[in-house]
Design a protein around this ligand. Structure first.
Ligand SMILES: [Zn+2]
Length: 417
């Protein structure tokens, strides 16, 4: 029986009713599907969200001046386990540069990638593309919350975690900050091995922010490099490794490719725009002057197929002597060691879509070729993305294969006459 009519009792009753009311509202709000992108790498412009049919239609949001709008990554809350959810993806309609609108295919992988914990990523069933160029994926969520992405993401927090893991495993390694980006964010790397070691390697990824698979390959590589299998290689080698170069665009969920005023991988000029490119140039030049650089490997992930290949030097057919021998030998060893989830193509491809020598010289691999030695190999490893084989595990296996190829290559001493 309630006899209490004092003001404090009255207030308490009101508060309790309000609390109950809030609980009820929270419960009903949970039934609503919500989209969020407020985290590293997050990107989605909601075109429509139909709560009744559980259909979300998005396009990659344009990050002005920050390159191709192809990447998307968002979290859904308020799902019902077991109830089909439909994701539709279309191209961004606004131009990313001048009057260029990006073709839909770049933002429409055959499979969307799903994760309930942000760590483990699985491919959805294959999507279907309509005549009006909308890709539709049918999903069966197993939990109330789901992360969805264009491909398995790799953001600066993942880079930090990876560098911490490797540094803990190899106490002799040394973490370093390559530079602060234009946006003031650190671009971090790790050096493994004695600075004065007889062999010197530089491996880096994500000059193109949307090519997250490049960092996934990098993670597989550096984990292999820190493993017991790589002990002999580590003993005679100094490696510099950068998991993400374009930290700004990777953080903002921007594509980066063909950014304004310059694509990251066209910035290897006399006066780079991006501080991390300038810093990499300084460090690589110094390493080469002091000790000689054996290999520069840039990891990319551009292809809408599932091929894995190397871009080699444009003049490959005309190379002679030690250059010819080393580039050819590298290809043989790479083909022997990069075999899963698909074998690497046993012949170089050439980035012939880059037309002028001036522009070719502003690509990182071209700049390194021009600024290193006869025995240096400077190449890019290009992985495709449009396949369920290109999973976290698939990319990681490519990275381990890359490590094994480097071990075999260094073992033969690429500096021998
Ligand atoms: Zn690229």
């Amino acid at each position: 029986m309630i006899r209490n009519s004092s003001p404090s009792g009255f207030v308490l009753a009101i508060l309790m009713r309000t609390a109950l009311c809030c609980l009820f509202l929270t419960a009903s709000a949970l039934a609503e599907i919500r989209v969020s992108t407020d985290f590293e790498g997050g990107n989605a412009e909601v075109v429509s969200l139909d709560q009744r049919t559980k259909t979300l239609h998005i396009m990659p949001e344009l990050r002005e001046g920050r390159g191709w709008p192809c990447w998307w990554y968002f979290r859904l809350d308020g799902l019902t386990a077991g109830e089909t959810f439909t994701l539709e993806v279309q191209a961004q309609t606004k131009p990313f540069s001048g009057d260029q609108v990006l073709a839909a295919a770049w933002c429409q992988p055959k499979h969307a990638w799903l994760s309930s914990d942000g760590e483990t990523w699985t491919a959805s069933d294959e999507g279907t593309r309509s005549a009006d160029k909308v890709m539709s994926y049918k999903l069966k969520p197993t939990a109330e919350t789901l992360r969805l992405a264009w491909g398995p993401p790799f953001v600066p927090a993942d880079a930090e975690k990876l560098l911490t893991e490797i540094a803990a495993k190899l106490p002799e390694s040394k973490r370093f900050e390559l530079a602060k980006t234009r946006g003031g964010r650190p671009v971090n790397g790790i050096r493994i091995g004695d600075e004065n070691a007889p062999h010197q390697l530089w491996v880096g990824s994500r000059q193109h922010a949307w090519e997250a698979g490049g960092s996934q390959v990098g993670r597989g590589f550096i984990r292999w490099y820190a493993s017991d299998e790589a002990k002999a290689l580590r003993a005679k080698t100094c490696l510099h490794f950068i998991p993400i170069m374009d930290v700004d665009n990777a953080t903002l969920g921007a594509g980066g490719k063909e950014a304004i005023p310059r694509d990251h991988n066209r910035d290897w000029a006399d006066a780079p725009i991006y501080p991390e490119v300038a810093a990499a140039q300084r460090m690589i030049a110094e390493i080469h002057q002091k000790h000689g650089l054996d290999a520069y490997i840039d990891l990319h992930n551009p292809g809408a197929g599932d091929g894995i290949f190397f871009f080699g030097p444009f003049a490959f057919e005309r190379l002679t002597g030690i250059q010819q021998r080393n580039y050819s030998r590298w290809m043989e060893l790479a083909a022997a060691n990069i075999t899963t989830p698909r074998p690497v193509e046993p012949k170089y491809r050439f980035a012939t879509y880059v037309k002028t020598d001036e522009e070719r010289g502003r690509m990182s691999s071209g700049w390194v070729r021009a600024n290193a030695g006869d025995f240096t190999i400077s190449i890019t490893l290009e992985t495709g993305w449009n396949s369920p084989l290109m999973s976290v595990e698939g990319y990681s296996s490519i990275g381990a294969g890359l490590g094994r190829a480097l071990a075999a290559y260094v073992e033969e001493n690429p500096r021998r006459p």
